[in-house]
Design a protein around this ligand. Structure first.
Ligand code: CLF
Ligand code: SF4
Length: 504
């Protein structure tokens, strides 16, 4: 039995990979429900399409140092936590340096399709630097999508300028639509040359965010809303936020976990504000998904991130290395177009294959009657990208978690870990790294990797997680569906996952 893949953008079950009920001819099964002009905007944007993030990369340039508000999860020493992990610092670039860096990366990583400005402060609180970068890039590298992430305070006054530079993707961090909740998140905002404190400041911020959102959607600009889930502060409120932003035309909602550690020196970190658990985050994302398309693959990347989501190739492109690079961008554009066409073809073949298998499954089900209901199973996968299982268990910095059930395979989220072994046979602190991996895989019953060494095998089994290296280089969803079917056929779905409960 091949399972359908559930649309992680719409939440709908997409038979045969999404296109069975739409004559879309799409190369991206998850985007099949979207109109053609929207699909053209998101099919190769790694944040706006879960499917795209396996193939296409993004980069950020840190050109925007100043900020016009204060968030309780932010320490000014670090990057803007609205779009990145707190506790990382990016080197601030001039617009000229940033343009050079973007062109160098685009020439060397043809899969890089999107340039985002996301900090280290707020891009729209630094309009000259941000727009100088966008202006020059839209002229010199017209094949790169431009993207910006903002707290929204200066958004309404920037919408006209954003439209001029052909910016199709804007992220607004909206943590609340109620000033009483906002007063617990934002101690002040800087508005019309004055610092406005507490509830009054939060009310101004909310008003500007909502106005900016409406102005952008009126112009057809795709808006993603980021919200930081802060347990006890806005966790009960974010479903309402989802409803409101959806009603105003937001395309996607990304609920991210608060990261608050004392060593980051943030207000929340120092006062011991708890972060949500993966289960709490998933529960909220599921609750919001009834009203909104949810993003679940965000990596909270840094303001100078380079590469596929989840990887950071920034060290290959430091300014001293870039200074020595000769870049022939017209030639690079030809190469980039070839690579993009190649990926599109690969996706199309995968899509046809999925559709074929789904049709075969539907025909079989019609002959056999209804498939009996079985319990859902969480499975973890290690991948380096490309939508296939191609990472060794011991090298994985993160695992992607999927849920397989009788209605399909759906992406749940990612969980970071310390690689059990960076390679070779001498894994100095491999033991504790394995403990960490066992902890982060809590709730998963299977882990699929390109290869799993002998040593972690027994501890994984003892923790109730079945290691599986039989699907190396296979497409992720297909492999998961095959394992789930095998579990069903061998009666494993009738058993309770008792060992998992022991680990928990
Ligand atoms: Fe960057 Fe943000 Fe654009 Fe993406 S990131 S500005 S929309 S190109 Fe993406 Fe990174 Fe999550 Fe942001 S994974 S932090 S959502
Ligand atoms: Fe920090 Fe970003 Fe908030 Fe500004 S908007 S205070 S940089 S997290």
């Amino acid at each position: 039995m091949d399972l359908p893949v559930i649309n992680s953008i719409s939440g709908e079950v997409a038979e045969g990979g999404g296109c069975a009920s739409h004559s879309c001819g799409s190369t991206d099964d998850q985007l099949g429900h979207l109109p053609e002009h929207i699909r053209a905007k998101v099919h190769n944007h790694p944040c706006y399409s879960e499917q795209a993030h396996h193939y296409f990369a993004r980069m950020h340039v840190a050109v925007a140092p100043a900020c016009n508000i204060q968030c309780h999860y932010c320490n000014r020493k670090y990057d803007c936590s609205n779009e990145s992990r707190p506790g990382v610092v990016s080197e601030v670039l001039t617009p000229e340096q940033a343009v050079k860096k973007v062109m160098a990366v685009a020439a060397n990583i043809p899969q890089m399709t999107v340039l985002g400005i996301a900090g280290p402060g707020d891009p729209l609180a630094n309009p000259e630097r941000t727009f100088a970068t966008f202006r020059e890039l839209s002229e010199k590298a017209p094949d790169i999508k431009l993207c910006v992430s903002t707290n929204g305070l200066a958004l309404p006054e920037s919408v006209e300028e954003l439209s001029k530079h052909n910016i199709d993707h804007v992220t607004i961090t909206i943590n609340c639509v109620d000033p009483d909740v906002g007063a617990q998140i934002y101690p002040w905002v800087f508005w019309k040359n004055k610092r406005i404190m507490g509830r009054e400041g939060a009310a101004i911020l909310i008003e500007q965010q909502q106005l900016g959102l409406e102005m952008l959607t009126e112009r057809g600009i795709l808006v993603k809303v980021n919200s930081v889930m802060i347990p006890g502060v806005n966790d009960k409120h974010l479903a309402e936020v989802s409803k409101v932003v959806k009603s105003k035309g937001a395309f996607l909602h990304n609920v991210m976990p608060l990261i608050a550690e004392p060593e980051h020196g943030t207000f929340y970190g120092l006062m011991g504000q708890p972060s949500p658990t993966p289960e709490e985050l998933q529960e909220l994302q599921d609750a919001c998904s009834g009203d909104m398309n949810m993003m679940r693959h965000c990596r909270q990347c840094r303001a100078d991130a380079v590469g596929l989501l989840g990887e950071d190739r920034g060290l290959e492109f430091t300014m001293d290395k870039i200074e020595d690079m000769e870049i022939d961008y017209p030639a690079a554009m030809v190469k980039r177009a070839e690579v993009h066409a190649q990926i599109a073809k690969e996706l199309e073949i995968k899509e046809q294959d999925r559709q074929f298998q789904a049709q075969a499954k539907a025909a079989l089900a019609a002959l056999q009657g209804d498939v009996p209901l079985a319990r859902p199973v969480l499975m973890a996968v290690s991948t380096k990208g490309g939508g296939v299982i191609n990472e060794h268990f011991g090298h994985a910095h993160e695992f992607l978690v999927y849920e397989a059930s009788p209605v399909g395979v759906r992406f749940i989220g990612h969980r970071k870990t310390t690689p059990y072994c960076e390679g070779g046979s001498s894994c100095g602190d491999g033991e504790s790294a394995l403990d960490e991996t066992l902890r982060v895989l809590k709730g998963c019953e299977v882990v699929l990797s390109a290869k799993i060494g002998f040593e972690p095998w027994a501890p994984l089994e003892a923790a109730g997680i079945q290691p599986n290296g039989e699907h190396a280089m296979e497409p992720i969803e297909e492999a998961i569906a095959a394992v789930y079917e095998e579990m069903r056929a061998t009666g494993k779905l009738d058993e309770k996952p008792e060992l998992q409960q022991k680990v928990a």
